[in-house]
Design a protein around this ligand. Structure first.
Ligand code: 4NP
Length: 163
């Protein structure tokens, strides 16, 4: 009998879980479905301010303009997430520093990734900047970066390459 294949699980993190990470969550879900990949995808916040909230209305509107429905309810990341998920993606260096503090074991720390490391069409861009205090163009740029990184992540999964 075939060994059951492990279902890859990915968690996307940002500061508030109302702008960048629910967008990453929604983009990855749509891409995975399109490519026929069976993945577990979720997102969560570093902070607790927006627990239970839908994504920011500006990110929801930005998503709708590009064919997405971002409807995740915000939650806060916990140490248990490092057991439940194979990989945990932060959006910027501050997210990574916060995640490293939360990850208590070397195994947990080894699951942390920077989403911007998977960008292919934006050379020199080393974070997904927080659009929260910005304008529509900042939300558009964040989504453009997230789509770029997500395409590359999905491509690597399809090619069975390391992430
Ligand atoms: P996010 O954006 O981390 O992309 O969800 C933010 C949302 C809320 C806050 C900061 C960033 N805030 O300070 O409430």
């Amino acid at each position: 009998m075939d060994k059951p294949t492990h279902k890859l699980s990915l968690l996307f993190i940002c500061l508030g879980n109302i702008c960048r990470s629910p967008a990453a969550d929604g983009v990855m879900r749509k891409l995975a479905e399109k490519e026929g990949l069976d993945l577990t995808i979720d997102s969560a916040a570093i902070g607790s301010w927006h627990i239970g909230s839908l994504p920011d209305s500006r990110m929801r509107a930005c998503g709708r303009r590009h064919g997405y429905d971002f409807s995740h309810r915000a939650r806060q990341v916990s140490p248990a997430d490092f057991e439940r998920f194979d990989l945990v993606f932060g959006m910027d260096e501050q997210n990574l520093a916060d995640l490293r503090r939360l990850a208590s074991t070397p195994e947990a720390k080894a699951k942390i990734r920077l989403m911007a490391d998977f960008l292919t069409d934006h050379p020199g861009q080393n974070s997904i900047p927080d659009p929260y205090y910005g304008d529509e163009a900042d939300f558009e740029f964040a989504l453009e970066l997230i789509e770029d990184a997500a395409r590359h992540i999905v491509k690597r999964i399809k090619q069975r390459k390391e992430l």
